[in-house]
Design a binder for this molecule. Structure first.
Ligand code: MGD
Ligand code: MGD
Ligand code: MO
Length: 762
């Protein structure tokens, strides 16, 4: 447990810890190494110069926005890795597939698979030879068309999307699925910020964050819950650094002491890099127990409510409450009834710590609260995020400069994909828009999400799986069951840039369709094309790849979708080929369906893009009560049986989701390995283990009562609260039950897996 005094990275002999600021020299060396190791070194550098530039491409890394001034070059170590990885000179060719059987490929690690290079040719699985063999595009499309047409019902098809897909491709993809007749559109969001969308939509009437990047310059305090920006959103550190330098308070809630939240040196600060000088980031750091944030938030709210009770009229923003909110009475009753002992037990934090953090909120006129997977991938995620909103609302922190809700998204266009209609439960207005623009009746019956898709395939109800990017088998929970689900499909199709697990765990028939990446030049019949994306703060901008494609056989995602559509739909009445010929026609159609995109083409070209707006930011509440809603929820009892630990599955510094760049996790002091289990030293000792021992992990999911196993992990002693443990995904997805998911949002519980560990010797 740690409070501000303990913030200075105090050496701790019990744990492995990184004693240098995040960013700085380590970042320069690491990304430089990545460029050197990649065969396409010169191309890599040239590509980098165009990342996030007005005429360049959008960084395929995270969804953190670019700063307002479009001229400033802004990229980060992990953005460099993402770009370099895509622009590698290595190739996975038909010869590669001729050399390796699929059985052999499936025995390799995710790291090995993705490191073979870019896919160059469409391939079809041949069960007789156990090899992928080349196939012509038109034959691949015909195969998909015939399998889709052969289904008994359109709902037997599943159209998955990952979050790198551009607005244009996403829009065409949902059009294909809906014109075919299904809303079966699971996406990576289901595993990611779905909880944020559900919570925010119910409470404030829009499922997106309410802040813009400029708000970070005005906030007095920034709270960061369950997020590791040093690794996953490094460009956010620049904002936190600026805020810290001008005296804003930064309050972090995280079971792990993440170096990126402690200190930071901007890699462009040459003096800082050379001298090791760094900016402290968090002024306050609380090592909440895994899953304890709802309790912590209730504790903070309790202090605030008590302060108002003692001096009525002085703490809350009463004008705001009266004019803009509903449900205050229920919330106050809930907070008055909340019991400090339960709050302390469930949060793992003391009353004093919670009082201290509440004081920061009380002393601030403008507060931003950020969060990511540490809040969303829990059973009570939606309730927890609604308490974040409760906290903001009490003092009118939504819809004023320097304040608001900031769910920090993952994939670079995951938010845009949702705006384009990639969702299994489409809004009626969107469907009406489709009908208006394309003259067909889209299906209104809700489709399957990720968990629903796995179940449908297992039950034989989902027969054709198409993945627009991503790595379904590795990213989803319950790897063994999901693998079985994929195996049962009549056909699995993956539109991908790199070889991954989902290609080698496949359906009876299987296709790999290689596509252009973000960095590559996309030339169609009308000339070079640009695409558009939306960042985490609702800013839409263009992305233009410039690099020569990795292979002459690659097609763009829109072209692949049109190819499937032409081979599947008879007389669809949709001008697929024309839209692919010139993406401006896709954008015209988007603007017809989604009215906030009116004037799309002109607005994209002006000033580096445009802001989509946010109704809650304007204090326009599109909720059931027409107001911003306080939402009260009981505090769940999360105590596990004796001997069990709460396992959270997290990302290392050298991975992007299931793509493992290298085997290091620099800030956490891990080198050359990923099969590690971070544990509290006392928990290790109590089990008769020691650091360095090998253990097998067993999960005990409450929903299905099954035991699942992951073997051969090395114990790492780490500064993590007792009863908590951490390990990397995707290796640990074997432990997550598909039936363990969050209330309302149905997000798999990747951050709360009850486990036991058993030593197997050192
Ligand atoms: N380089 C890189 N960038 C990425 C990604 C990547 O893999 N690599 N992935 C992208 C994607 S899709 C996403 S969604 C984001 C993910 O970004 P993050 O959400 O930062 O990713 P995680 O590694 O899942 O880290 C979750 C953090 O929450 C903490 N945590 C876990 N459980 C709890 C809890 O119960 N309470 C609290 N308070 N904290 C908790 C963990 O210690 C960790 O610091 O990053 C995006 N950017
Ligand atoms: N246990 C556990 N599981 C998790 C999480 C967790 O924290 N813990 N996090 C969850 C989260 S937040 C997310 S977002 C999901 C991620 O789930 P996904 O989005 O499905 O997985 P990724 O690993 O991002 O997908 C990587 C693949 O995308 C392909 N690709 C890369 N660029 C492109 C492109 O431009 N176009 C196309 N068509 N393909 C491309 C490459 O072939 C690569 O192999 O995982 C989830 N799973
Ligand atoms: Mo994500």
């Amino acid at each position: 447990m740690s409070s501000p005094e303990h913030n200075e990275n105090a050496p701790n002999d019990k744990t492995t810890e990184y004693h240098h600021p995040a960013g700085g020299m380590g970042a320069l060396v690491s990304s430089g190494q990545m460029l050197l190791e990649s065969a396409g070194i010169v191309d890599g550098v040239a590509s980098l110069l165009r990342v996030n530039q007005p005429q360049g491409f959008d960084c395929p890394g995270c969804a953190w926005p670019e700063p307002g001034k479009a001229s400033r070059m802004e990229f980060c170590e992990n953005g460099i890795k993402a770009v370099t990885f895509e622009t590698t000179g290595k190739r996975v060719t038909p010869e590669f597939f001729a050399k390796h059987t699929v059985t052999y490929l499936n025995e390799q690690t995710d790291h090995w698979l993705e490191n073979q290079g870019r896919l160059t040719h469409p391939m079809r699985y041949n069960a007789e030879t156990d090899h992928y063999e080349p196939i012509e595009w038109k034959d691949a499309f015909a195969l998909i068309g015939s399998k889709l047409q052969g289904l008994n019902h359109p709902n037997e098809a599943i159209f998955y999307t990952s979050g790198r897909t551009s607005n244009e491709a996403a829009f065409l993809y949902q059009l294909l699925a809906r014109r075919f007749g299904t809303n079966n559109m699971p996406d990576c969001s289901n595993m990611c910020h779905e909880s944020s969308g559900s919570a925010l939509t119910e409470a404030i009437g829009i499922g997106k964050g309410t802040v813009t990047i400029a708000d970070f310059d005005e906030a007095d305090a920034i709270f960061v819950f369950g997020q590791n920006p040093g690794t996953n959103h490094p460009r956010m550190l620049s904002e936190l650094e600026k805020a810290s330098e001008r005296g804003a308070r930064i309050v972090s809630f995280n079971p792990l002491r993440e170096p990126g939240l402690l200190n930071f040196t901007h890699p462009k600060d040459v003096v800082g890099v050379l001298t090791g000088r760094s900016t402290p980031i968090s002024t306050h750091y609380y090592q909440v127990t895994v899953g304890g944030d709802l309790a912590a938030l209730k504790g903070i709210l309790k202090v605030i409510v008590e302060a108002e009770d003692q001096a009525p009229g002085t703490v809350f923003d009463h004008d705001f409450l009266k004019e803009h909110t509903s449900g205050l009475e229920e919330l106050l009753a809930d907070i008055h009834a909340a019991d400090w002992d339960a709050i302390e037990r469930e949060s793992g934090l003391t009353r004093e710590q919670l009082r201290e953090s509440a004081d920061v909120y009380l002393a601030s006129e403008r507060v931003i609260i950020c969060w990511a997977m540490g809040l969303t991938q829990h059973k009570h995620a939606v309730a927890t995020i609604q308490y974040v909103v409760n906290l903001l609302l009490l003092r009118g922190m939504i819809g004023k400069p320097g304040a608001g809700a900031c769910p920090v998204r993952g994939h670079s266009n995951v938010q845009g994909d949702r705006t384009m209609g990639i969702v299994e439960r489409p809004a009626p207005a969107f469907l009406e828009g489709l009908k208006r623009a394309f003259g067909f009746e889209p299906p209104s019956e809700h489709g399957v999400d990720v968990v629903g898709a796995i179940n449908a395939m297992l039950d034989g109800k989902g027969k054709v799986f198409i993945g627009m990017g991503g790595n379904f088998v590795a990213a989803t929970p319950d790897t063994m069951k999901t693998s079985e689900a994929m195996n049962r499909c009549v056909l699995t199709v993956h539109v991908s840039t790199k070889l991954n697990r989902s290609h080698v765990v496949h359906g009876k028939d299987a296709l790999i369709l290689p596509c252009l990446g973000r960095t590559e030049l996309d030339v169609q019949a009308s000339g070079p094309q640009k695409v558009t994306v939306e960042d985490s703060m609702s800013q839409v901008h263009a992305s233009r790849g410039k690099k020569a494609p990795a292979s002459p056989h690659l097609l763009s995602e829109p072209a692949i979708i049109a190819g499937i559509a032409n081979a599947t739909l008879v007389d669809s009445g949709i001008a697929w080929d024309e839209m692919v010929r010139d993406y401006r026609l896709i954008r015209q159609k988007i603007a017809e369906v989604v009215p906030v995109f009116a004037g799309y083409e002109q607005r994209i070209d002006a000033n580096g893009g445009f802001y989509l707006g946010n109704s809650a930011r304007e204090r326009n509440w599109k909720t059931a009560t027409g107001k911003a809603r306080f939402m009260a929820h009981p505090l769940p009892e999360l105590q596990l049986p004796a001997g069990q630990l709460r396992l959270m599955t997290i990302r290392s510094h050298d991975q992007f989701n299931t793509t493992v760049y290298a085997l290091n996790d620099r800030y956490r002091g891990i080198k050359g390995k990923r099969m590690v289990l971070f544990m509290n030293p006392e928990d290790i000792h109590e089990r008769g283990l020691k650091a360095g021992d090998k253990v097998d992990i067993t999960s005990h999911t409450q929903e299905d009562g099954l035991e699942r196993h992951a073997r051969g992990f090395e114990v790492i002693a780490y500064d993590i609260p007792r009863g908590c443990a951490a390990a990397y995904f995707p290796e640990t997805n074997v432990l997550v039950s598909k039936d363990s998911f969050a209330e309302k949002s149905r997000t798999p519980l990747s951050k709360f897996i009850p486990i036991t560990v058993a030593g197997t010797g050192s």
